[in-house]
Design a protein around this ligand. Structure first.
Ligand code: SF4
Length: 183
C-alpha cells in the first residue's frame, strides 16, 4: 500500500516537473486540512461573492471536510510563486490561478489513466478559465471548472503550516497560489 502510494506521488511529481517546471509540489496526508466556518464567512465578504459558478454560494452544499479528510487520504499540494510589480497584479492573479488550474487538470488525467478515476482537485483563487468573466446562465466548462480550496471552508494558512509551507500576508513582492489534488 505504502509502495503504491509512493509510486503515485513520484508519478505526479515527475509529470509536474516535465509539463509545468515552474510549479512546486509537496505531498501530504489529508488529515492536515483544517476547516473553519470563519473561512466561509470571509467568502461572503469577497467582491466576487455569488459571481462564479464554482464559488459560494453556488457550489454544492456538501460536507467538504468529510470529503477531503475521509473520502480521500492523499494530497499533492501544487503551488507557484510569481513576482508582483506595481502594474501587473491583475495579470499575475489570473496567470497564477490558471497555471495551477491547468496543471491540476493535467494531473487529474494522469491519475485517471492510472486507474484512480475518483481523484479530484481544488484550485487556488476563483476560476478564471473564461477570458471574459463567468457566464451568467451556467458554467461554460463544467468538466474543467474546479472549486477553490478556500471556498470549501479550508484554512490554507493553518493547514499548510503543518507541512512547512508558510503563507504570509500582506502580499508584497511575490504572489503565491496553492491548489491541491486528492486521491
Ligand atoms: S469555467 Fe468559466 S463559466 Fe465556469 S466557473 Fe470558470 S469562469 Fe465561470
Amino acid at each position: 500500500m505504502q509502495k503504491e502510494q509512493d509510486k503515485t506521488v513520484s508519478l505526479l511529481k515527475d509529470e509536474l516537473k516535465k509539463s509545468y517546471p515552474d510549479l512546486e509540489a509537496v505531498y501530504a496526508k489529508t488529515d492536515i486540512f483544517v476547516f473553519e466556518e470563519k473561512v466561509k464567512l470571509l467568502c461572503f465578504h469577497c467582491a466576487h461573492y455569488n459571481e462564479k459558478w464554482t464559488c459560494p454560494p453556488r457550489i454544492p452544499n456538501l460536507n467538504y471536510e468529510k470529503i477531503i479528510k475521509e473520502d480521500y487520504s492523499n494530497a499533492l499540494i501544487v503551488f507557484t510563486k510569481m513576482k508582483v510589480e506595481d502594474d501587473n497584479f491583475e495579470d499575475v492573479r489570473r496567470q497564477s490561478t490558471n497555471m495551477i488550474h491547468k496543471a491540476l487538470l493535467h494531473l487529474e488525467k494522469v491519475l485517471y489513466d492510472n486507474d484512480l478515476p475518483t481523484r479530484v482537485s481544488f484550485i487556488g483563487g476563483s476560476c478564471k478559465l473564461c477570458k471574459n468573466g463567468c457566464a451568467t446562465d451556467k458554467c461554460r466548462n463544467p468538466y474543467q471548472a474546479r472549486i477553490p480550496l478556500e471556498a470549501t471552508g479550508c484554512n490554507l494558512i493553518e493547514s499548510f503550516k503543518k507541512v512547512g509551507i508558510k503563507i504570509e500576508f500582506p502580499i508584497k513582492e511575490y504572489l503565491y497560489r496553492y491548489g491541491v489534488i486528492l486521491w
